[in-house]
Every structure is written in C-alpha cells, then in structure tokens.
Design a protein. Structure first.
Length: 103
C-alpha cells in the first residue's frame, strides 16, 4: 500500500501546518488505535475520509486525515492512501480519539 500526497496538499502541509511527508509516514507506523471514519456531513467524501491521531518519532502529535482508494494498474489492483491533511490536533480531537479510537 502506498501513500500519495498531491502537490497542492504537500504545499499546504508545509506552509500552513509545517508537516512533512516523513512525519505522516511515522504516524502511520506509530498509530496505537483504530482509524475513525469522519461522519460529519460537511466532510463527506467518496471514498470516505478516515482519520487518526499518532505521534511522530519526535513525539509530535498529529491528526492525519486520508482516503483509501482502490486503483487498477497494469500490474493489477492496488490500494493507495491519499492524504487529505495532517496537523496538530486540538483538545476536542484528542478527547474524541481517546474515547473512540484507542483500543
């Protein structure tokens, strides 16, 4: 499974949130809970948006939002994670993830 970040999102991550692609990869490796589906109507996407909160290797906590896409390639079907955004979570996000995302 690969992680894809569009040039527009990469720019926003760098300029607005000071988040790197490497930090996002670290969060996927370090996650200690489940992915939660974003059920808010104004954030509805097809495919659905998922999110989680995890720390980077330097203990920076990030909320990572993404979609899982099934793609057909010349080598067969592939699953790709498309990053929508990543940023330091607010207290409300942390509390929600502690209640619903932690195993």
């Amino acid at each position: 499974m690969s992680i894809f970040i569009s040039p527009t999102i990469k720019k926003k991550l760098a300029e607005k949130h000071n988040v790197t692609e490497d930090e996002i990869r670290q969060c996927f490796i370090n996650v200690e809970g489940e992915y939660l589906r974003d059920l808010r109507e104004d954030h509805a996407t097809d495919p659905p948006t998922w999110w989680f909160i995890a720390e980077t290797n330097r203990k920076r906590k990030l909320k990572v939002c993404f979609m899982v896409r099934k793609l057909e390639t010349p080598n067969g079907a592939e699953t790709r994670i498309d990053i929508k955004t990543a940023f330091p979570p607010d207290l409300e996000d942390v509390e929600c993830y502690e209640r619903h995302g932690k195993c």
